[in-house]
Design a binder for this molecule. Structure first.
Ligand SMILES: Cc1cc2nc3c(=O)[nH]c(=O)nc-3n(C[C@H](O)[C@H](O)[C@H](O)COP(=O)(O)O)c2cc1C
Length: 363
């Protein structure tokens, strides 16, 4: 058990170091948010300072629809980062997720790397995190409750990462029984379950099955940002596991682009949605809101700024908010409800994705 924990700890540290120092984002693919254009409003009839970006998500108030997406913990290298991320979330009234807490279940010392978040931010909306594959394997309801208590979480995020498990040197691509595991937890836990991908997107069909299983919200986390096939490719290459390295190279850009995933999931289900995967500025956040998101998550950019300094992270969040408000001003939306009704145009490849869904459904 201790040895297994050591391995998880090393892997978590490598995950941070590789994402911070190497090129791990999509190579040829993108979120396709560049295929969404707002219609400019030359007569906004509102003052910039009156724009309000606040919103509610799962009964929690957010000052802006921005989430620091699930990332880290499970290695001492994560403690300071988690603390910095949490302080910024508290400062700006945002929400946050920790990384997979499997390591924290097995070691009290590693549990501390997650607990620091709640201490730094007593009031934020905070998500616990576990892999779907662990639900199929052996994670009991009791264990899930421990994860929640560890950080006094408001929700449990369950990540689905079949691509990452395939490419990861020590990966376990065993997903039989995951939906049943999710269903069991949804019926027994007293906090909402959010199911998320980690960068390959959620389809309309998967979303429908998840909502039927009792999931309260979905984070599409689509293609266009951090590629976990990419991160694991780099690890496999370093460990000279050539077949996995090759697999990671071939599937680096696999997935449903974030904008396409958001459009089809929004058509399929009514639960609140988080857009994430490759969001890098406030205009992209505005575009996701008009496509039906309730919140927008950013992972890698938040980590990079947190690694630099608290100040750098705060500055980044303020710039995101300014950019979001600028988009709202230019479409004449004084709040997020009005933004969600703004007129926009879909072009190019995104239009094809969106039509392919219609064609399939018409059959
Ligand atoms: C360093 C790092 C660690 C991550 N660890 C987790 C994790 O433990 N659980 C999870 O659900 N997602 C994890 N993610 C995935 C993110 O939550 C997000 O879905 C993905 O990175 C896409 O967003 P981005 O392009 O903004 O990075 C991690 C991302 C990063 C960058």
């Amino acid at each position: 058990m201790e040895q297994a924990n050591h391995k998880i700890e090393d892997r978590k540290k490598e995950g941070i170091m590789i994402t911070l120092n190497e090129q791990v984002q999509a190579k040829q693919a993108s979120t396709l948010l560049e295929c969404v254009s707002f219609i400019h409003n030359a007569l906004p009839e509102l003052n910039f300072e009156d724009i309000n970006t606040s919103t509610n998500y799962l009964h929690h108030r957010f000052s802006a629809p921005i989430l620091i997406d699930s990332m880290t913990g499970g290695t001492p290298a994560a403690t300071k980062l988690n603390e910095t991320l949490a302080k910024a979330a508290a400062e700006y009234g945002l929400g946050m997720g920790v990384g997979s807490q499997r390591a924290g279940l097995k070691s009290e010392a590693l549990a501390e790397t997650y607990k620091v978040v709640r201490r730094a931010a007593p009031d934020i909306f905070l998500m616990a995190n576990i892999g779907g594959a662990q639900l199929a394997e052996n994670l009991s309801v009791n264990d899930a409750q421990k994860l929640l208590r560890m950080i006094d979480a408001d929700a449990l995020a369950v990540h689905l990462n079949p691509l990452q498990e395939l490419v990861q040197p020590e990966g376990e691509p065993r997903f039989k029984g995951v939906l049943k595991g999710i269903e069991a937890l949804a019926s027994k836990l007293d906090v909402p379950i959010i199911v998320k991908e980690v960068g390959a997107g959620i389809s309309a069909e998967v979303a429908t099955r998840l909502v039927k299983a009792g999931v309260a919200s979905i984070n599409v986390s689509g293609l266009g940002g951090t590629s976990w096939a990419g991160v694991e490719q780099i690890r496999a290459k370093a460990e000279k596991i050539t077949r996995k390295a090759e697999l990671g190279e071939i599937f680096w850009d696999w997935g449903i682009p974030t904008a396409a995933s958001l459009i089809e999931v929004r058509k399929a289900v009514k639960v609140p949605l988080i857009a994430s995967g490759g969001l890098r500025n406030g205009l992209e956040i505005a575009k996701c809101m008009v496509l039906g998101a309730n919140l927008c998550g950013l992972a890698l950019p938040m980590l990079k700024h947190a690694a630099e300094s608290f100040q750098s992270l705060c500055d980044f969040i303020e710039r995101l908010e300014l950019q979001l408000m600028a988009a709202m001003f230019l479409v004449g939306a004084k709040d997020l409800k009005q933004l969600s009704r703004a007129r926009y145009v879909l072009t190019g490849e995104l239009l094809q994705w969106s039509n392919s869904n219609k064609v399939r459904r018409a059959k």
